[in-house]
Design a protein around this ligand. Structure first.
Ligand SMILES: [Zn+2]
Length: 264
């Protein structure tokens, strides 16, 4: 009787596994990254690496350790820039402002009569401030992907995307604001920066970004970009282009958009 019962149990277990699959087996799909997320991670690692290439300390003269890259709808990097508020003696010289202004003022862009950056994605190492968020919306940027979150001054695109109520009337947010796709890049480096900043006791986020602790994470980002192994074959070319672009930045083969402003 007991033997029969055990045999019955075995039969039930085996048939359950056949129907629902092995519950102890880790699904391969869970560990996969989508083509879009992988592409975002690659370009975000490039943005971190561009900033690392000219790392600033308290005594440095360029600006803050913030920057970004601009990618067109074909997945090509078309510009890069870093915050240059000190060297330009201009508090509006944020990475995103420089990135888009220098792109729109470039000879090639002007010749093509391009006035907006629709179809382009901005990858920026830090969540955009209110000024840059307004500019990104005004210039019809297709997507913004940011790295580190700014708990003190963030959520600006979300604020601009919100309807407001005035005298009991709902005023809808600007349609350009609503159509902007704004996303956080959930790479390990971003998570490390967010986690390290949450424990930081100093003055603020730009102060944190001068520290060796932040620099170490930026170094990891560069190493990750250079040794990256894509999960999605579609991104092989994207990765190669991003790695080659970094080489050009590091070897000063592509124009540093700051120079124009310094010499004006
Ligand atoms: Zn800004």
């Amino acid at each position: 009787m007991k033997k029969n019962f055990i045999a019955l149990l075995v039969v039930i277990c085996v048939s359950s596994f056949a129907f629902i699959g092995d519950p102890f087996k880790v699904s391969n799909e869970d560990s996969l990254i989508s083509v879009k997320n992988e592409r975002d991670e690659i370009f975000m690692l490039l943005a971190y690496s561009v900033v690392l290439d000219n790392w600033q300390t308290y005594d440095s003269t360029r600006g803050y350790n913030i920057g970004g890259v601009l990618v067109n709808d074909k997945g090509e990097v078309v510009n890069w820039a870093r915050n240059s508020t000190k060297v330009c003696f201009d508090k509006t010289a944020h990475g995103e402002v420089r990135l888009l202004q220098s792109y729109l003022n470039d000879e090639k862009t002007r010749k093509a009569k391009i006035k907006y950056v629709d179809g382009c994605t901005v990858y920026t190492t830090l969540e955009p401030c209110m000024m840059c968020s307004g500019m990104l919306i005004f210039l019809k940027t297709d997507r913004v992907v940011y790295g580190q979150t700014d708990p003190g001054y963030g959520l600006n695109i979300e604020r601009l995307q919100s309807d407001i109520v005035v005298d009991q009337d709902t005023i809808p947010a600007n349609s350009r604001a609503k159509s902007l796709d704004n996303s956080l890049c959930k790479s390990d480096c971003t998570k490390s920066l967010d986690s390290a900043y949450s424990k930081f006791k100093g003055k603020g986020i730009v102060d944190f970004l001068y520290k060796d602790e932040a620099r170490r994470i930026y170094i990891q980002a560069r190493e990750k970009l250079l040794t990256y192994e894509v999960v999605n074959d579609e991104n092989k070319k994207i990765l190669k282009n991003a790695q080659n672009y970094l080489k050009k930045v590091e070897e000063k083969e592509v124009k540093d958009p700051c120079i124009k402003y310094v010499n004006r």
